[in-house]
Design a binder for this molecule. Structure first.
Ligand code: 4AD
Ligand code: MG
Length: 431
């Protein structure tokens, strides 16, 4: 008899197998018990018929508590009534670990309660589905960038300077000096791009942002490609191709998860159609003003503004060329006007907000030096970064995709806290 995982059931129809599982749920009558079994790979039904098993096994089945772990022995059968398509006719049950008073019952629970029990909440079918979408996005990311000839580079997490904005830094001690947790690997990736041409990173980043919104995490994972000899408009083409690739792979490989999440697959299909629309920051301000938003040129957009702009389109939209004053020091100014930079944010549809931020980088030594000073940054900390512009500087561009923003959007989840196993939020670092 083989030990299998639930996900392999289709290959064992009619065969007797052994499965290690937890009891996700159970209902029973005098003659039959239905066990909702989960083993991490999938959920399916175990059927225990009183007349087919010993009295002892039937009583065991009837008394099983939620989340008790068991060895189930039985025969796999087709089950046309379930979406999964298979079930197991149970012959024997061996209890491995008892479970009593499991806190997350099938009834509704409040968010704070679920967050306090995140270590257990992860077991529920919705969370299971979201983690599968997350895993597929990670898998497809590596596949896409490897296929395109990028080299994975791991920038440091402990850094001596700010990559994005000095107000959002997590401070720590580094022996006798200060250090900060990385907000972005970009500056190091620029160095690596000058060594390897096309590179990408995928790792945790940290922002001490006092934002408590459904889009903000304190610790999140970012995927950052950086490309030498690449202008901003070429980078936009890679961004849209990459995002469409992610969505197509989730559609192809996470069908059951999308069903569990009730995600509209037709909408997702629509998002795989390229190109994505582009609107300039200038035009976006005008559009917002015409629609009674209280914004003036030079303001950054908040989530109501982003959502309104996104609603004008049926796919993600790029907002191009923001004012220089509201973007980081490293961005290259537009060649025809000095007040905007060569950058773009990709805004997801359905109110999910910015999922990518990217730009062309300033490649001129003097111009970059001036910018570092203008932003009041400590020039000593950026000497190495400036040197990249001294030895064969080339046009280069890159971008960063927030993994959890992408997971939240593609899985159709309301809040970003469910897109990462253990979210770090403004007022939460437990569990
Ligand atoms: O727009 P950001 O700040 O860009 C950078 O960090 C650049 N250095 C990237 C680059 O060009 N290499 O962040 C990039 C993305 C955002 O578009 C968003 O998806 C995500 O990171 N992000 C967050 N996700 C969750 N919680 C937060 N607090 C986030 N801040 C940014
Ligand atoms: Mg941004």
């Amino acid at each position: 008899m083989e030990k299998i995982r639930i996900i392999q059931a289709d290959k064992y129809v009619g065969k007797k197998v052994k499965i290690g599982a937890w009891i996700a749920n159970k209902r029973s009558s005098g003659k039959i018990a239905f066990l909702n079994l989960r083993d991490g790979s999938a959920f399916f039904q175990g059927v225990v018929v009183k007349s087919e098993v010993s009295e002892e096994v039937f009583q065991t089945a009837k008394n099983l508590n939620q989340e008790t772990s068991v060895w189930i022995t039985g025969t796999v059968q087709e089950d046309t009534r379930s979406k999964f398509g298979y079930e197991i006719h149970v012959e024997d049950i061996d209890i491995i670990g008892e479970s009593h008073d499991y806190p997350i019952t099938p009834k509704e629970h409040g968010t704070e309660f679920l967050m306090d029990n995140r270590h257990l909440w992860l077991r529920s079918s919705k969370q299971h589905a979201i983690m599968q979408v997350r895993n597929e996005i990670i898998r497809a990311t590596y596949e896409y960038f490897n296929k395109e000839g990028f080299v994975k580079i791991d920038p440091p997490i402990l850094t001596g300077s700010a990559a994005e904005n000095t107000t959002e830094l997590f401070h720590t001690e580094y022996f006798d000096r200060d250090a900060f947790l990385s907000q972005s690997g970009q500056l190091y990736l620029e160095a690596a791009a000058m060594a390897l041409g096309k590179v990408f990173s995928f790792g945790p980043t940290f922002r001490a942002e006092k934002s408590k919104t459904r889009r903000h995490l304190i610790e999140f994972w970012m995927m950052e490609p950086e490309m030498a000899f690449m202008k901003q408009d070429e980078s936009l083409e890679i961004q849209e191709e990459y995002v469409a690739y992610l969505i197509q792979n989730v559609l192809d490989n996470c069908d059951a998860a999308l069903d569990t999440l009730n995600r509209d697959k037709e909408l997702l299909k629509q998002y795989t159609q390229l190109p994505y629309p582009r609107i300039s920051y200038d035009d976006a301000v005008e559009l917002l003003q015409k629609n009674d938003f209280d914004v003036k040129w030079g303001d950054d957009f908040g989530s109501p503004e982003e959502t309104f702009i996104a609603q004008q389109y049926d796919k993600p939209v790029f907002i191009l060329n923001y004012p220089k004053a509201i973007k980081p020091f490293y961005m290259k100014p537009h060649p025809d006007r000095d007040d905007v930079v060569l950058c773009a944010d990709m805004i997801a549809p359905e109110g999910y907000g910015e999922i990518i931020g990217g730009s062309e980088r300033e490649e001129d030594y003097d111009a970059l030096r001036e910018q570092i000073l203008a932003f009041d940054l400590d020039i000593k900390e950026y000497e190495w970064y400036l040197e990249l512009r001294k030895y064969g500087s080339v046009p280069h561009s890159g971008f960063g995709l927030g993994l959890e923003r992408a997971v939240t959007w593609i899985s159709g989840t309301e809040h970003i806290r469910e897109s990462i196993p253990f979210p770090r939020l403004l007022n939460r670092i437990y569990p």
